[in-house]
Design a protein around this ligand. Structure first.
Ligand SMILES: *[C@@H]1O[C@H](CO)[C@@H](O)[C@H](O)[C@H]1NC(C)=O
Length: 279
């Protein structure tokens, strides 16, 4: 935890600090650009010199702290997200998964959103005592692969209403001009029951006429190949998350290899490309 004076010094001297780090060939250095700063960071200067910088308050071991970081990144994404790319990254601070402050569901939220944000996944847990279910979250290879996607595009909050948020991150593979996506459905509500979220793929910007193969990244569920018109429905636990990967299909024929299956999903018939061209 920093006191205000040291934060101010760090912030006002951020470019000099980064310069020093760069010239001394240290590969990574985290600079705190704290919300208590009275200066607007010059991101073009920072991205040209730093590999990694922190944008907001120190994380505390609590859900409230994780929420405040998620809100900060969502509310300021127009300024923040564009600065992330291979070689220079935003850092929302370390993972607190496996410590004391987060429930199991909340831990899944932090892992999912940090992957959407293309954040460094720095653990802070005591590996001697971590419980297996928390270890499994940290070792989730599919979500780590989202975090490490080679395009390095930081995801964004694309929907926020009544405690429900949808976050989307474009990832590989790409087909023609269409990205694949990681999609995180976050339930911030605390009313004690899961919330249903129903949305058509095209409403989230998934428009490829070849369709998308949809898989859940925490649960072993394969939704099959769905067209952009298909409405998916997910059940999201209170202060929890469902994170999906939508892999754009490489051609129209391939989609027939997969049979759509999911008990929670209404599956509409797949369309041909002509259905979309007519519209
Ligand atoms: C930000 O930094 C860049 C590169 O160092 C510089 O050219 C530019 O003038 C700075 N912008 C502001 C508003 O200080």
């Amino acid at each position: 935890m920093c006191n205000v004076r040291s934060l101010f010094v760090v912030c006002s001297g951020v470019v000099c600090l980064c310069n020093f780090v760069y010239q001394s060939h240290v590969r990574f250095r985290v600079i705190a650009l704290n919300s208590l700063c009275f200066v607007t960071p010059n991101y073009s200067a920072i991205t040209s010199r730093c590999n990694l910088w922190r944008n907001f308050d120190d994380i505390q071991d609590s859900w409230a702290s994780v929420e405040s970081i998620i809100d900060y990144y969502g509310d300021n994404q127009d300024v923040i997200a564009a600065n992330a790319a291979p070689g220079h990254w935003n850092d929302p601070d370390m993972l607190i998964i496996g410590n004391f402050g987060l429930s199991y569901e909340q831990s899944k939220v932090q892992m999912a959103i940090w992957a959407i944000l293309a954040a460094p996944l720095l653990m802070s847990v005591d590996l001697r005592t971590i419980r297996p279910e928390y270890k499994a979250i940290l070792q989730n290879k599919k979500i780590i692969a989202i975090d490490q996607d080679k395009l390095g595009i930081q995801g964004r909050r694309i929907y926020k209403h009544k405690g429900i948020e949808i976050w989307a991150r474009p990832v590989t593979p790409i087909f023609e001009n269409y990205f694949s996506y990681a999609l995180a459905f976050v339930n911030r509500r605390t009313d004690g029951t899961p919330s249903d979220v129903a949305v058509a793929l095209h409403e989230m910007g998934l428009l490829s006429p070849t369709g998308y193969r949809i898989q859940d990244l925490y649960e072993d569920v394969d939704y099959g190949v769905l067209s952009p018109q298909t409405k998916i429905k997910v059940k999201v636990n209170p202060t929890g998350v469902v994170i999906l990967k939508a892999d754009v299909q490489q051609n129209l024929i391939k989609q027939n290899f997969y049979k759509p299956y999911n008990p929670f999903t209404q599956v509409y018939p797949l369309r041909t490309i002509n259905d979309f061209v007519k519209k």
